[in-house]
Design a protein around this ligand. Structure first.
Ligand code: UDP
Length: 404
């Protein structure tokens, strides 16, 4: 519009008009509003060093995540009794650690998940006090706020809605999810993270395809708008649904045949990657950062209201990734265009996100979190652990039949 100062917002408005010839008055209006709000959210910020926490000189552990332990244990600050534990027992697998030895109930619904958890427990047990705890190995948390408070460990929750105590998921070591290209599960974070870091070096920002990319199954319909956008504008986003174990027909892949699965490494070819919740938090999130691509995360900006794993709160919206809230979903096209037009901003957020995960989510940090969690939990136990003879000792890897 003539006579109006050419502020950044107006400049963007004009760009939008050129790009979206068919856009209506209201669309361009809302695009420019969105551009303005993105400009505001992306104002130059502190560097990563001030955004992130430190690494302990004494232990070498990242200090980024322990706040989550304090938050999760706060509801149990009056102590955990044997009765509390017995009431929680039906929601998970019972473990005891006694004199450095690990014991577990026989049944574990997903043996490889238990095995992925036990990898860490076996290493830590010799230095832990005696303790007893219940681990939920399902995807979904078990102790909703508003009902009886139960001390049950889960890998993911919406903090505002659940009392569950977060633990680092089995998948850092093993236990799935298994997909056709990773028949034994996506695990071994130590190996995968090295390979992704190498890939991020092999494909630097300028060599990446200037397009969004997503592959995954329809574990939540929140993914649909991106898939639909890709069908309309394949040059902007390449997003397709793959099969999962529940797949029965093309209806489960939103009316199209399932796409072939794509390795995490091949995601790194693209500049813009997308993360969504699935049944609970998706294991995809941490991998995407190591591509050094820009990560868009669908969900509330406050981790309190989002499906999280223990390390999510370290990652700050607008600094390490771009949040897409529910009311921005129908403006996805404009959001992606914005970041295509602001390559420097995109690249620097991508680098910050990469650095956060690379420096603060090492296999060592998973181990450190388990140690701190179990020690802090043990300090709240109001009873002495007596060996339960129905439990058996875990010495090595659990035998199992499924990586799912
Ligand atoms: N996955 C992958 N390539 C694909 C499809 C999925 O690497 O082509 C990974 C994905 O990143 C996630 C896991 O497989 O870590 C399961 O993905 P899915 O979308 O099926 O479920 P989610 O756990 O995200 O709800």
């Amino acid at each position: 519009p003539q006579g109006v100062a050419f502020s950044i917002g107006v400049f963007h408005l004009m760009l939008s008009i050129v790009q979206y010839e068919c856009a209506s008055e209201t669309h361009t209006e809302s695009s420019s509003n969105l551009y303005r709000s993105l400009d505001r959210n992306l104002e130059p910020s502190d560097d990563n060093a001030t955004l992130l926490c430190k690494i302990s000189e004494k232990t070498g552990c990242s200090l980024c995540h322990y706040r989550q332990i304090r938050r999760d244990l706060k509801p149990f600050s009056e102590g955990i009794s044997r009765e509390d534990l017995n009431r929680a027992a039906k929601f998970g697998v019972r473990y005891q650690i006694i004199q450095g030895r690990v014991f577990r109930q026989k049944e574990c619904m997903f043996p490889f998940r238990c095995s992925g958890i036990e990898h860490f427990l076996l290493r830590l047990a010799p230095k832990l006090p005696d303790l007893e705890f219940i681990v939920n190995v399902r995807d979904y948390p078990q102790s909703p706020v508003g009902r009886e408070k139960l001390p049950v460990f889960s890998f993911s929750k919406v903090p505002k809605n659940y009392y569950d105590i977060l633990y680092p998921a089995w998948t850092f070591w093993e236990g799935g999810p298994a997909i056709s290209i990773y028949p034994r599960g996506i695990g071994r974070w130590d190996i995968r993270s090295k390979s992704l870091i190498a890939e991020s070096e092999r494909v630097p920002w300028d060599a990446k395809v200037d397009r969004g990319f997503f592959r995954g199954s329809r574990t939540s319909a929140e993914r649909d708008p991106l898939i639909k956008l890709s069908r309309r504008l394949p040059e902007l986003v390449d997003a397709m649904y793959t099969k999962n174990q529940a797949w029965k027909s093309d209806r489960d892949t939103l009316g199209a045949p399932p796409a072939a699965e794509v390795s995490f490494e091949d995601h790194c070819k693209f500049k813009f990657l997308f993360n969504f919740r699935g049944v609970a938090a998706s294991f995809r999130f941490k991998h995407l950062f190591l591509c050094k691509s820009l990560v868009f995360h669908f969900g509330p900006t406050q981790s309190e209201n989002d499906w999280i794993e223990f390390f999510y709160p370290m990652l700050k919206p607008w600094k390490h990734y771009i949040p897409i809230s529910q009311n921005e979903v129908d403006q996805l096209e404009t959001v992606i265009e914005y970041f295509k037009e602001h390559q420097e901003v995109s690249q620097s957020i991508a680098e910050r996100g990469f650095e956060a995960i690379q420096r603060h989510l090492r296999m060592k940090d998973i181990q450190c979190y388990w140690r701190k969690l179990l020690k802090s939990y043990a300090a709240l136990m109001k009873f002495e652990v007596q060996r339960d003879r129905t439990l058996y000792e875990i010495k090595t890897k659990t035998e199992g039949s499924s990586a799912g």
